[in-house]
Design a protein. Sequence first.
Length: 101
Amino acid sequence: MRDDLADGHTEELEDAMCSLAASAGLCFAATFHESPAGDGTAFAELTAELRRADAHHVVVPSLDHLAGQTIPRDLLIAKLAHDAAARVWTIEDCSEVRTAS
């Protein structure tokens, strides 16, 4: 979750992500917070934890929480798929948006 986009609604967004995960039969384990500086630390920690836990799903409020621009966002989604065989879900759509091949 990008804290700068949460706009003071962090708890509500986390509740919505937990609800989406539960409705999809997933176990919501943790929220990774990316600082406004956006140095990628949270993304690296997320990827490492997905591999460590052999987990394959990421829930975000919207794709903007991965990255603000389309090309970097698509690269990050592809990296999650490649490095951790992860799928990305958004509460924005309440749906799965990408599936790893």
